[in-house]
Design a protein around this ligand. Structure first.
Ligand code: GTP
Ligand code: ZN
Length: 334
């Protein structure tokens, strides 16, 4: 995965300016040696709810310390807290540091918007929740999620719901060459494979309205109590939560639901970042003309990736899949 690329884009790294002799002592950043490590579980109007690492049951409300300026802090961020970390009502701790992120789920508002934002930090995997029918699967959306995973350092997992209504075979065939792991679920059966996938990991979940994501979350986190089956209710979505929230799994680990995330603008992603997720093509791509989109002729006549296939070093079907992802980056199917 293209780890080096998204690390470069990380904004959360709070740097301490090298001390200048003339600077008054009081201006120095305090050491905060007593800070408590915690993970952000939700964000609401300038307040962060943080689960204390040593005791995930203890959730503390915190503000961002002034010394952090406008450093973005999102769900999944690992932070350091000082002040009142008791979590008692009406107490407020302070976030004084944000750890470097291991992964970032990023999006641009739409493909013409140059400003990306991080939606979830540090998720190890992204469960792409897709129903096999009602609504029908949207491969364009899945492909865009895969691009977000490959360029943000997350492991994608296809989570195919409503298997009582349709077979997963056709859809799985489209993703066989990408070797995307998958689980297949239906609401009238137990979900041991899903528990296996989620156990002890931090997993973000995305999916379109009606695919059964709330049904799934409620099964693995019984206390979550998410509303389900209200797809057609008037005004739905207007007053419901639209930001990500991390929920602790009884079996260990976290699921991060992303109710507001139903499309992925990928304007911030470059073709080279996508190719970097395909080891058999990454090196050859350096021989391509600069600014090659790697789509091949007619868009990119000088692209050398076809030669890799001709030489026998890669399968044609892998290149077809890679180019499908590259095309989805610029596509409109959200
Ligand atoms: N047949 C079938 N229906 C299901 C299954 N899972 C969920 N449903 C139904 O699909 C509808 C949508 O399920 P939800 O869990 O609310 O879907 P959601 O993805 O959370 O949708 P939003 O709440 O709009 O984000 C409900 O009527 C569920 O009862 C399944 O495995 N099979
Ligand atoms: Zn190329």
């Amino acid at each position: 995965m293209a780890r080096r690329d998204w690390r470069r884009l990380d904004e959360s790294d709070v740097r301490v300016r090298p001390g200048k002799g003339s600077r008054p002592r009081s201006k120095r950043r305090p050491a905060h040696t007593d800070a408590v490590p915690a993970m952000v579980v939700s964000v609401d109007r300038g307040r962060w709810r943080c689960a204390v690492e040593a005791d995930p049951g203890s959730v503390v409300t915190a503000m961002r310390a002034r010394e952090l300026g406008r450093t973005p802090i999102v769900v999944g961020d690992r932070v350091r807290l000082v002040g009142d970390v008791s979590g008692r009502p009406d107490t407020l701790a302070r976030i004084v540091g944000v750890e470097e992120r291991d992964s970032v789920l990023r999006r641009t508002a739409d493909d013409t918007d140059p400003f990306e934002r991080v939606v979830v930090a540090n998720a190890e995997q992204l469960l792409i929740v897709t129903s096999l029918a009602d609504p029908a699967p949207r491969t364009g959306f899945i492909d865009r999620c895969l691009v977000a995973c490959y360029t943000g350092g997350l492991q994608p997992v296809l989570c195919l719901t409503k298997a009582d209504l349709a077979t997963p075979d056709g859809l799985l065939a489209s993703y066989a060459d990408l070797e995307v792991p998958f689980v297949v679920t239906r609401h009238d059966r137990d979900v041991p494979e899903l528990i296996d996938v989620l156990h002890d990991r931090v997993s973000a979940l995305v999916g379109h309205s009606g695919v059964g994501k709330s049904t799934l979350v409620n099964r693995v986190v019984p206390e979550a109590g998410l509303a389900t089956g209200e797809v057609s209710a008037v005004g739905k979505g207007r007053h419901t939560s639209v930001s990500a929230v991390a929920l602790p799994l009884p079996c260990g680990g976290w699921v991060i639901d992303t109710p507001g995330l139903r499309s992925f603008g990928l304007a911030h992603v470059t073709p080279d970042e996508v190719v970097a997720a395909f080891p058999e093509f990454a090196e050859a791509a350096e021989e391509c003309p600069s600014n090659c989109g790697h789509l091949g002729p007619p868009d990119d006549p000088g692209c050398v990736l076809d030669d890799v296939v001709t030489s026998g070093a890669a399968r044609r079907s892998r290149l077809v899949s890679l180019r499908r992802l590259l095309a989805s980056r610029a596509g409109t199917d959200s």
